[in-house]
Design a protein around this ligand. Sequence first.
Ligand SMILES: [Fe+2]
Ligand SMILES: [Fe+2]
Length: 160
Amino acid sequence: MPALEWTEQLENGLARMDDTHREFVDLYNAVAAAAPEDFLAAYDAFLAHAEAHFAEENQWMEAVGFPGCHRAEHDRVLAVLHDIRKRVERGDMFLGRRLIEELPAWFRNHVDGMDAALAFHLNSIGYDVASGALLPRAEGDDAPRSRGCGCAALSAEPAA
Ligand SMILES: [Fe+2]
Ligand SMILES: [Fe+2]
């Protein structure tokens, strides 16, 4: 059984984001299941995904002027991922294993909080992530345009 399972609960109703999140789950599970000699290669694939995944969300936020701490959260997690990569490369697996244990909880929290808030906002203003264009809202659609940045505490932080 995979350590992180895709469920409908992780869907945020923005196809491009949901696809990226499925890819996160797959690549995470590949790291979690990797034999020690394959760990770094799997980790690198996961890290490359995380860079692109977070950069894309950051770019959407920039495009629509989305406020809040979401970008800083991405930056913080990337810094942790890079730091742990260096340690693993030196043969110190302890934090690598610990990260693998803690990432699922962080991911569910992040997808359900900050990413959900971003998806909701992009959908409600009619932002088309493929073209970067704002689509006209349907007549009578007066849903709220934002519900904040979805800030939530990150629990998956390895010791310094
Ligand atoms: Fe995301
Ligand atoms: Fe995010």
